[in-house]
Design a binder for this molecule. Sequence first.
Ligand SMILES: [Ca+2]
Ligand SMILES: [Ca+2]
Ligand SMILES: [Zn+2]
Length: 378
Amino acid sequence: MNTLSFQYILLGGTILAASLAACDGGKGDTGFDEGLIREDLGSTTTDTAGGADISFEAPADAVSALITCGPYGYDTLATAETITDPNGGTIFSYETDQGTALRMPVTDDLLPVLIPQSPDLDLTAGIYGIRLYFSASGAVTVGCNALYRVQEPTASQTVDIHFVFVGVDGDVPGLNAFSAVDNAPLNETLAGVGELWAGLGLAVGEVTYADFAGDVELYNSVDGATEFGNLLKTNTSEDRAVTLFMVGAITDDDGATILGQAAGPPGAPAIGGTSKSGAVVTVGFLADGDTDTEARIIAHEVGHFMGLFHPTEKDGSGHDPLSDTPECTSDADGNGTYASDECGGQGADYLMWWAASAASVNTSDDQGWVVQRSALPH
Ligand SMILES: [Ca+2]
Ligand SMILES: [Ca+2]
Ligand SMILES: [Zn+2]
């Protein structure tokens, strides 16, 4: 990749971060899970152009593959430049990603690559090749791992949720590990999450609770990418549960307020100790008794974690790879933002819409197909 492309990637990273910010909207045991296969793919080091190659062999019974490479720190961004399938065909190219059935994050510290992301491009058995690209000027060496889901997907799976409360029982009385199980606003929120996920073939499974054991004062307000990544790294569990850190506030590197933030998309379900090992959600709507909005934020962020993208990004620059979700084509006032009131019937009524509006509740069959293949539900 040349210097021109390098700048394009940095711009892409900025756009993606802005979209996540705007949308604002595991625990586990290491080891054997009959639904998952874990494989160490070894390490790879960048060449002088910032590229590095890895390959993996999808097992015959795998329904999804999640490749993770890292860590490479918070000052470097990485993405996949190209991906080839077992037939040697190019199924992803960063420069023309909107023409493919895959999307790749441009992200710091740990890169997750998920296949498939759409029923238009299923995973097949055999050897895939990934050309990685890193923005660092010097050499970068990363370790890569594969997580294959070999469990048959169904439309009646559950998602386990592990809440970690980061000093929020001053905002919402009783929101701590001891009493959360009886907390009425949180239970109303969980019921709402279940209703939003029903169309995806998912239900809320086992819910567990913990109080954050680290620096509560620092992480009660998660400010910027480094704090976000370091907080997620404290989740060392490899259980098939999504860890949700419940905090008082989130701001991005530019100081903008965020309501909820998932790693990726996708995140790193069932993988512990990485900067993509969960999601962070603010408790403001719980404190206000607006459990419908709190539920939409949680359901949306975990949707990202499982591999769902916005149907249309805030600035219109990209769309999800799904054929059955609408794309918004109307920035009617020409201000560069594809607002909810400009995109009625064009995606604004979907749960994965970039803004957390009250109307954003719908899901599609293709979205269900994707999340049912994630390593998270079981
Ligand atoms: Ca679509
Ligand atoms: Ca507009
Ligand atoms: Zn979002």
